[in-house]
Design a binder for this molecule. Structure first.
Ligand code: ZN
Length: 177
């Protein structure tokens, strides 16, 4: 069957950045499973997989706008070093939760100066063109329960909230125990 909205799809994939470096990949025997048409995966990859069938292989280049977005300069901020009291050695690459009006936002330290620390709250893949090599391994119809929850259920995950690395925008409780 062909991939359509409400298909449960299993893919093997390799993800390279624009320099050709592999930055992510699925593992042998552990494909990425997602529910098509429910924004479980980035829009650019989802739309490229529409109408594909088991066994199809494709290379997809996804612009930032259809992946993790462009870099938002407003999310890059300089913070006085005194806000990091209790942190012994501040280093580039360290991750923190910044409390904002919108709730906690994960940030990464990108620069440490004498009294100011630069942190970046953009997604690590923001601004990047993502090059996927994808192979479709399995396609099936979603169950009524999966459609209700907006994500797939797998045996490995004990039924609910499965999907491994699938980004679930709803987060938190998925409505089943
Ligand atoms: Zn569920």
């Amino acid at each position: 069957m062909q991939i359509a909205n409400n298909s449960v799809v299993s893919i093997q994939y390799t993800l390279k950045n624009s320099e050709g470096t592999i930055i992510d990949h699925s593992s042998e025997g552990q494909p990425l499973n997602y529910l098509h048409g429910h924004r479980n995966i980035i829009p650019g990859l989802e739309s490229a997989l529409l109408d594909k069938s088991v066994g199809d292989a494709l290379d997809v280049s996804v612009e930032p706008e259809n992946a993790y977005g462009t870099v938002n300069p407003a999310l890059i901020q300089e913070v006085p070093k005194e806000h990091f009291q209790g942190v012994e050695t501040l280093e580039v690459g360290m991750r923190f939760q910044a409390s904002t009006e919108q709730g906690p936002v994960p940030v990464v330290v990108t620069k440490v100066a004498d009294d100011v620390v630069t942190v970046d709250g953009n997604h690590p893949l923001a601004g990047q063109t993502l090059n996927f090599s994808v192979k479709v391994e399995e396609v099936r119809e979603a169950t009524a329960e999966e459609l209700e929850h907006g994500h797939i259920h797998t045996e490995q995950s004990g039924g609910c909230c499965g999907g491994g690395d699938v980004e679930n925008s709803e987060g938190g409780s998925c409505g089943c125990s």
